[in-house]
Design a protein around this ligand. Structure first.
Ligand SMILES: [Zn+2]
Ligand SMILES: [Zn+2]
Length: 71
């Protein structure tokens, strides 16, 4: 099962982000809604999403994906 252990996929390049892995998210509130949370595998992918969104003062936050134990 290749998809086991994958938490989400990067919104830009679609690479998988594993449970417990470091990922990046956008500081802007519209990118952190419950239904549509943007997550990125790297700061480069976060950077690539900026022109699409027209953010005014965006920041990139480093986060950790939840551990697999949470399902
Ligand atoms: Zn990516
Ligand atoms: Zn954003």
């Amino acid at each position: 099962m290749p998809e086991a252990g994958i938490w989400r996929t990067c919104n830009v390049c679609k690479r998988p982000i594993a449970y417990g892995a470091v990922y990046y998210r956008c500081s802007v509130s519209t990118c952190n809604k419950k239904r549509v949370t943007f997550v990125f595998c790297s700061p480069d992918c976060w950077d690539a999403h900026l022109p699409d969104q027209n953010h005014r003062n965006p920041l990139c936050f480093e986060e950790h994906a939840p551990s697999v134990a949470n399902g």
